[in-house]
Design a protein around this ligand. Sequence first.
Ligand SMILES: Nc1ncnc2c1ncn2[C@@H]1O[C@H](COP(=O)(O)OP(=O)(O)OP(=O)(O)O)[C@@H](O)[C@H]1O
Length: 278
Amino acid sequence: MTEQNRAIEETFKGWSTTVGSPLIGEDQTRMSTRNVDVFYGDAQAIHGIDLDIGKNEVLAMIGPSGCGKSTFLRTLNRMNDTIESCKVKGEISLDGENIYEKNMDVVSLRARVGIVFQKPNPFPKSIYENVAYGPKIHGLVNRRVELDEVVETALRKASIWDEVKDRLDQPATGLSGGQQQRLCIARTIAVSPEVILMDEPCSALDPIATARIEELIAELSENYTIAIVTHSMQQAARVSNRTAYFHLGRLIEVDNTDKIFTAPSHKLTEDYITGRFG
Ligand SMILES: Nc1ncnc2c1ncn2[C@@H]1O[C@H](COP(=O)(O)OP(=O)(O)OP(=O)(O)O)[C@@H](O)[C@H]1O
């Protein structure tokens, strides 16, 4: 830990308040977190986060490297369960239902709250099979003709249908990085999620592929709740309605994206967006 971080850690002792509007009211909320702490072994990575994520909103999560954005994002569909040392405390709910309840079916949860990673990760199967796999294992379709329809609809929603419709039986790994990422988004959409989590989905893509994904995020936000971690403040400003600023595992400030980038209320947010920190 740097001297600067040590000093900030000192100022956080007893800290409990996020500035701005982390809570938005039950009727607007798709997911909510209350007093969420995350530990890796003895090290605490997330401290007491209270946050609502709205229906049909795009929430951007920004902050310096290591501040806990990805850790927090992964708590929202229990991806952290796959890390043995990781423990999550507090309450996280989807449509009012606690997703950490013992009887929660984690496979179904991850269909309802899908995730798209930094590096496109298609299965080593055909383009068709990549999208068809989820609906098949979740028993969403019975007949091949229905499956064909689900696959086409998901590929269309992910803005990649025209590029792949004549090569659905070819390996997904033969697509460009940007196409693979849109295919991964199609795979997520195919199981009818309510929420799509995106962990730096454009960081492995060139500017043109990035612009396609950003356009897609805007289209998808009409039907889905999206939470996106990004290192690019320009991207957060372009795609999101609200932005959350994290620092050393705390949620410092959440507000309308315009406000965060033009008139942030917290000094740490201001220092970050003006490039003084991070
Ligand atoms: N699997 C893990 N095991 C142990 N510690 C971890 C693990 N993953 C993350 N951490 C620690 O948790 C803290 C938060 O990391 P996290 O990756 O969530 O931050 P981040 O803000 O997403 O960072 P970046 O922007 O660099 O991706 C860091 O101190 C990191 O070292």
